[in-house]
Write a protein that binds this ligand. Sequence first.
Ligand code: NAP
Ligand code: ZN
Length: 348
Amino acid sequence: MPTVTAYATPAAKAPFERTTIERREVGPKDVRIKVAFCGICHSDIHTGRGEWGETNYPLVPGHEIAGVVEEVGSDVSKFKVGEHAGVGCMVSSCGHCEQCTNGEEQFCTDGGMVGTYGGELDGKPTDGGYSAEIVVDENYVLHIPDGISLDEAAPLLCAGITLYSPLNHFGAGPGKNVAIVGMGGLGHMGVKIAHAMGAEVTVLSQTTAKEEDGKKFGADHYYATKDGDTFKKLRGSFDLIVNTVSAQLPMQRYLSLLKPRGAMVNVGAPSEPMEVPAFALIGGGKTWAGSQIGGIKETQEMLDFCAEHNIGATIETIRPDKIDEAWDRVVDSDVRYRFVIDTSTFDD
Ligand code: NAP
Ligand code: ZN
């Protein structure tokens, strides 16, 4: 089996270590990708620090992968050597259940989707994109359009699709008032995408420190949630709120910001449960929903949409020796707006 350089966390809260991992031989339907950049998602941190339950270590995280196709299997029809390609949060699913057939592989009901890391495929644990190369079935690989550079494209593979999908399904567009709660990795993509869809966009951030950036990303309005007046002023304002916050929020206060029949979609995934009094939903007939990444077809649609609208992530590129520091900065909400690991520096 070929081995490649990777960065792994050996235990919860232990610093990253340089290591080597095995990648499978390229099978008939496989694409071997030389990883150029991998984004750091807050989900990597929840998993790596054991916040979502049991994690198997050593863990090589990373599900925002952008790179170049190095080799294709004999039966591969969708990719050619030299093309730009991406891999997101999943590398396999059953492929034949109702959800997979509908292009919603993330909801696979026959065994579930196989996560890019921390999953299990053919009896072996999967390793993510904090690595030099990855081998993936072509059905779970995305085309990265020429208009987006690989570093700015990497975060689209999770942060981009996680916001595009609920904005798309809940009808963000002209005439709709959309709020994005939290302007980190996911949130800043939400602002850019909702604006490109034609919605009127409001950011609800803890403070106004990032207001100038938010407006550049396309926000029409920007409010601090630490300012109690915000909740009075914006009561009943939004058709749609997408909550990207990685920590627990007082949901009742946020639900009060919806118009009647409005919807709040949760994509943030804190480990603690969130409480919602029934009357916060009943009054006004409100919807409280969740959303998980998006299927492969929709992810490709999102990449094409971003290319068409000139949207990439706003990133800070780091070398692998800065992963621990970057994780701490993400947890402190000190990320502008996605860290991306440059894997070309792995062998320096
Ligand atoms: P991130 O970059 O850390 O952004 C989260 C933002 O939430 C922060 O930048 C901050 O924004 C706000 N925030 C953090 N702590 C807060 C607190 N205590 N109170 C209020 N606001 C707070 O993280 P991310 O990578 O965007 O991920 C966000 C969450 O989505 C994570 O839980 C992640 O696991 C989850 N996720 C879910 C999916 C899915 O499919 N549903 C996919 C990917 C990630 P401000 O500074 O603007 O306040
Ligand atoms: Zn993610």
